[in-house]
Design a protein around this ligand. Structure first.
Ligand code: SF4
Ligand code: SF4
Length: 293
């Protein structure tokens, strides 16, 4: 199984739209994972049928047993995250503020304990192109890197026999990205011709290089700022990174997203044709990777 993650240095580059189109175009038996767990929306373009849901237990948080609490207030004094509150009657832990440091349990082992808390859910669904594992975090909950790990683990366990594991990754260079790209064979970085696009591309490439996947780049809406597109192409050439996709600005993309479809699903617009070329190049590159193993 080849593992490919589609990522971007920042949000809004068209990463999810391209992932949905690649799901349609790349051949072989496929399994998909949406690792953009803070804003999971691949499902909006793939119309999955939910098969089952599992709870995701994040890190442990503190809980105070009111029956054992003597109301001394020491735990509140020692909690440097301000997670312990007194509501006029009882001491309580605010789980959204609790960082799981367990200092309060050291201070008061009788009345406080650390307990697992559900901070999200993982969904296992069926799409026209294979299973999709996607997740949701409870608003305000942290641990998105852990949830990404859980999503990938479920995908690998459930669909071991697939040819391609296609991941819609998170934007940025934080913990969810690192969790996404660890262990993948290749990443497709979607960028756009802007000063911030180039800056973020350089940052995400620097992070990826620590994990050694094969790196490919696609420039979305390349025709909006040709001089910056040229700069990105030059930089990629100097860095030995193949630019496998050049997708023009195309209102058909917006229309397709509005209709809950990949742009490649219903028409032969300029963007759809460019993504078909991207998919063909990527297929060739992934085949080469498979034969090199
Ligand atoms: S939980 Fe423990 S430390 Fe906190 S107020 Fe109650 S008795 Fe005091
Ligand atoms: S575990 Fe740490 S952050 Fe959470 S309530 Fe206790 S002292 Fe505060």
């Amino acid at each position: 199984m080849i593992r490919l993650a589609v990522i971007s240095g920042k949000g809004g580059t068209g990463k999810t739209m391209i992932t949905a189109a690649l799901a349609q175009l790349l051949p072989g038996k496929l399994v998909l994972a949406d690792c953009d767990v803070d804003a999971a929306n691949l499902e909006l373009l793939l119309n999955p049928k939910l098969l089952r849901t599992e709870p995701f237990m994040g890190m442990k948080t503190a809980v105070i047993d009111p029956a054992l609490c003597t109301q001394c207030g020491e735990c509140m004094e020692h909690c440097r995250f301000g997670a312990i509150e007194h509501d006029g009657e009882l001491y309580r832990v605010n789980p959204l503020r609790c960082e799981g440091c367990a200092v309060c349990v050291h201070v008061c082992p009788v009345a406080t304990t650390m307990q697992p808390r559900q901070t999200g859910e993982i969904n296992y669904s069926q799409t026209d192109r294979g299973h999709l594992v996607h997740a949701r975090l409870v608003p305000g909950a942290g641990n998105s890197g852990l949830l990404v790990h859980a999503v990938k683990k479920m995908t690998m366990e459930q669909d071991k026999d697939c040819d391609l594991f296609l991941i819609d990754g998170p934007p940025g260079t934080g913990c969810p990205l690192i969790s996404t790209i660890s262990g993948v064979d290749a990443v497709l970085i979607v960028t756009e011709p802007s000063v911030s696009g180039l800056h973020d591309l350089k940052r995400v490439v620097a992070v990826c290089r620590q994990f050694r996947p094969h790196i490919f780049v696609a420039i979305n809406r390349f025709d909006l700022e040709q001089s910056l597109t040229d700069t990105i192409q030059t930089w990629c050439r100097e860095e030995n990174i193949p630019v496998v996709g050049m997708i023009p600005f195309d209102p058909a993309v917006i229309e397709a997203v509005r209709n809950g479809r990949a742009v490649t699903f219903t028409n032969t617009s300029p963007a759809a044709q460019a993504i078909q070329i991207l998919a063909a190049k990527l297929e060739q590159e992934l085949t080469n990777l498979g034969t090199q193993r």
